[in-house]
Design a binder for this molecule. Structure first.
Ligand code: GCU
Ligand code: CA
Length: 776
């Protein structure tokens, strides 16, 4: 310490003070009141009288000046300078928060939430103006302001903003967002997103179809701010390669910087960035603490902790910072070697500058990565990915059995909705929990950053997670809309309902592509694989085929809302194919097929105006041939309009319908003016003539009542041919009506549909026939 001081005093002035304080910080935990001035000449200019309370600055500068005058050899003066440096009270952060919060218009918030906020703001303003405010007064004012701002309730219902995945994101100035492996934290009424900018992210973005460039050279840790979690404003680089660490080291010398989060410490009023780092000159693997005075400050070195008690190794495997509803902060991490243990550690409450002894909450011998936590409806959920090198996987969850974040957890289960496309082709990154006025929604922020599929780094994919029933559910949407005020979300208009539509989730060549089920009608057993060389410069495509006669392909079942859809795909063929098609079949059984003509190069094919009913739809990709292959990539199933073409109703009592019996109206509940009471005899039919909008299959519903004690059987005869048998089960009463649905093939123009009873009981009473939209 003395040596450092003597050396630096020769430089004189403010530089001396900076070095003095640096040596304090580097020697251990600085006292809560010590201001960690950045080391080195480069940063000294950032510090000015305006950053500190007037009285603490006066004391400090007079001590500094007297020491400089004395040439630094006077022990008393040195101690005085030390005390004065320790006593510097920084108000820079509080000033910037006050300036920011003064821009909030009262009219936008409920008066109940505005009153305490206005009070906290006025108080903070007073502390900023108070020349002799103490460090704890500044911290208290900051905490009170942040707390009140965090409780500001919007007076309106908010608006929906669109989140689009599978594309690169820009900030509000149109510049690329480079943010990897970090977290989003809410301080006051604002969300802040911190992550790492790596060189490889720029390289990948500049050329997304090149083979992945795995350059994880650290560039900086940017911070972006947002009120809606969708539009992100670039604020600052809180740390850069030149950020000074201990012993003259800089962050640029780190072998690895990543996996970080920020804790606001209510006691010190400081923002603490907790970063996984490999710092060869400072002990190797560990957790690096940088500290700022506001969320967007330039952060300074505070501490480096290599070992967390109870973890078998130094450093951490993967880590994130989780802030609980009570403001307490935890490091969520796995052990570095093997990553089989899931840990939750408190960040030290006094200053957030230590990771306290780890509590193990989970174990998986295969290892887990991307450890992150969210809380929803009172329960904690720890999520992680498979351990295989930044690859994609299902999301593995363990769930707290009680209300203790460090208590017991259930065994591992797969987060529903992450199975079919490996969590939208990502690895868990972090979670953001939004408590809306109408619902709570968790945002899963995933990383897509593996070299397996030429996906680069810094490629963010965010999906909503909601609780449906007992467990959370992941919604793999490529586009969605989110209302941060109410917490509501909805599927976006350009969402692609096909899952793993680029056949890239596996990241390796497989005979069974994730999310798709193989089927074979004839030919050799293995007809399906993903192959190198996808459309539009991508890595993978689907291939169906063989060098001998075959028929088969893949299917996927998805849940869709009713609407009119567009089906599209890039495709190419080799050899001769007798069939190459993509078919969509809706929940009612109606189907439409996109036929793919032969083409040696990738060609986009599409089919529009496809009516699809709500429920489980099936996408089938099928090929057949003597010798040839079908290649498919970039499949799209997008809902182009919410309205299904109206179905048509045909009443049994209205011509050209025929009723072999009487038209009655004595049993209530029928539509139109009556129903067909067929003669109780075999062959006493009811017949409808329908006019579909197009040829193809259509679903139909026959409304009937059967007050008799047993089912009545009939043939369904379409245009003279029996296509199905129908059993009209008892409905319990002649006034209780039910609908039988089935799918029938129709041609254009008039089609006769006859319900022809096969027993002497005859038909039930037949009310009407509803014809669904035709697909074909
Ligand atoms: C009763 C009922 C009729 C029905 C008939 C039948 O007569 O009133 O509406 O058609 O039973 O068994 O078919
Ligand atoms: Ca009858």
């Amino acid at each position: 310490m003395i040596g450092t001081l003597r050396r630096t005093l020769a430089r004189g002035g403010l530089v001396a003070a900076a070095w003095l304080v640096l040596s304090v910080a580097a020697s251990g935990a600085p006292a809560a009141s010590a201001e960690p001035l950045a080391a080195g000449n480069a940063h000294v200019s950032r510090y000015s009288a305006a950053d500190y309370t007037a009285s603490s600055w006066t004391a400090f500068s007079s001590a500094r000046d007297s020491l400089t005058r004395q040439g630094g050899e006077d022990a008393t003066a040195r101690q005085k300078l030390q005390r004065a440096a320790d006593g510097l009270v920084m108000v820079r952060g509080l000033k910037s928060l006050v300036a920011d919060y003064k821009t909030r218009p009262a009219g936008k918030y409920t008066s109940d939430s505005w009153a305490p906020f206005a009070k906290a703001l006025a108080n903070a303003d007073g502390v900023v103006a108070d020349a002799s405010a103490t460090a704890s007064e500044v911290a208290a004012a900051k905490t009170a302001l942040t707390t009140a701002a965090g409780k500001l309730a919007a007076a309106d219902e908010g608006t929906f903003q669109t989140i689009t995945n599978d594309v690169f994101w820009n900030d509000t100035s149109g510049n690329p967002i480079y943010s990897q492996g970090g977290g989003v934290f809410r301080f006051g009424d604002t969300y802040y997103w911190y992550g790492v900018h790596y060189t490889g992210a720029e390289l990948y973005r500049a050329n997304p179809t090149r083979k992945y460039d795995g350059d994880v050279s650290f560039v900086s840790i940017p911070v972006y701010s947002s009120k809606d979690l969708v539009n992100w404003k670039f604020e600052n680089r809180v740390a850069t390669r030149s950020t000074s660490l201990a012993s003259g080291a800089t962050l640029g010398q780190a072998g690895w910087v990543g996996r970080l989060g920020v804790s606001y410490n209510e006691n010190t009023g400081k923002y603490v960035l907790v970063v996984q780092a490999y710092l060869p000159s400072m002990g190797g693997d560990g957790v690096l603490f940088l500290r700022g005075d506001s969320p967007t400050d330039t952060f300074d070195y505070a501490y480096f902790q290599t070992q967390v008690v109870n973890s078998p190794t130094t450093g951490t495997g993967d880590q994130t910072v989780f802030t609980d509803e009570d403001g307490k902060d935890y490091l969520i991490f796995s052990n570095r070697e093997g990553r089989s243990r899931a840990f939750v550690s408190k960040l030290r409450e006094s200053d957030s500058l230590r990771v306290e002894p780890a509590v193990q909450i989970g174990y998986n011998s295969a290892g887990r990565e991307g450890n992150a936590m969210f809380k929803l409806d009172g329960k904690y959920y720890h999520a992680a990915s498979d351990l295989h090198g930044w690859n994609t996987s299902v999301t593995h969850v363990i769930e707290s059995t009680g209300s203790n974040v460090q208590g017991s957890y259930t065994g591992e289960y797969t987060l529903a909705g992450t199975e079919m496309d490996y969590s939208h082709v990502t690895q868990t990154g972090f979670f953001v929990t939004v408590k809306g006025t109408k619902q709570n929604t968790v945002i899963y922020a995933g990383d897509r950053w593996a070299d397996f599929a030429w996906n680069g780094i810094g490629y963010n994919q965010w999906m909503p997670v909601t609780k449906t029933g007992a467990r959370p559910q992941f919604h793999s949407v490529s586009q969605w809309q989110f209302n941060v005020t109410t917490g509501e979300w909805r599927v976006g208009p350009a969402n692609n309902y096909a899952l793993n539509p680029n056949f890239q989730a596996d990241r390796i060549i497989v005979p069974q592509v994730q999310g798709w089920t193989n089927f074979r009608e004839s030919g050799p057993t293995s007809l399906v694989t993903n192959v190198d060389g996808g459309a539009n410069g991508s890595r993978f495509a689907l291939r169906i085929g063989a060098t001998q006669s075959y028929a088969g392909g893949v299917r996927q079942q998805i849940t869709v809302p009713a609407g009119v859809y567009r089906l599209s795909a890039f495709a190419r063929t080799t050899g001769s194919l007798s069939a190459a098609q993509v078919t969509i079949t809706d929940a009612g059984g109606a189907s439409r097929t996109l036929d793919i003509p032969a083409s040696s190069g990738w060609t986009r094919r599409e089919l529009t105006e496809i009516p699809v009913s709500a429920g489980t739809a099936t996408i089938t990709i099928r090929a057949a041939s003597g010798n040839g292959y079908l290649f498919v990539d970039d499949l799209g199933l997008v809902r182009t309009s919410g309205d299904t073409p109206p179905g048509q109703r045909y009443e049994a009592e209205t011509a050209p319908a025929v009723c072999q019996g009487t038209i009655d109206a004595n049993w209530a509940g029928f539509s139109g003016s009556g129903f067909c009471n067929g003669t109780n005899a075999a062959g006493a039919y009811a017949q409808f003539t329908v006019n579909p909008s197009a040829a193809g299959t259509a679903s139909l519903g026959i409304r009937y009542a059967n007050g008799a004690g047993s089912a009545r059987a009939a043939n369904l005869i379409v245009n003279g041919s029996a296509v199905a048998t129908v059993s009209f089960e008892p409905t319990g009463a002649w006034t209780t009506w039910a609908t039988k649905t089935m799918t029938v093939p129709l041609t254009t123009g008039g089609n006769t549909i006859r319900v022809d009873p096969t027993t002497t009981a005859g038909l039930p009473n037949i009310d009407h026939l509803d014809l669904g939209p035709t697909a074909g």
